[in-house]
Design a protein. Structure first.
Length: 59
């Protein structure tokens, strides 16, 4: 009986540990991905605004 108690303790603690590590990994990778996305949007907006001619306001 003692074997099963120890086995399930190890499995539960191991599962929580893996879940915590994956959560931290996804959070950090997601943050880096969002920074990359925002920088690429900023760069593409800058390139598009440089390509467009200046409008004089008359249509």
């Amino acid at each position: 009986m003692e074997f099963w108690v120890v086995l399930w303790k190890v499995l539960i603690i191991g599962g929580f540990t893996v879940c915590g590590l994956v959560t931290i990994w996804v959070t950090i990778a997601g943050w880096i991905d969002i920074k990359y996305l925002l920088n690429s949007l900023k760069d593409s907006h800058t390139i598009e605004s440089e390509d467009e001619p200046e409008s004089s306001g008359s249509k």
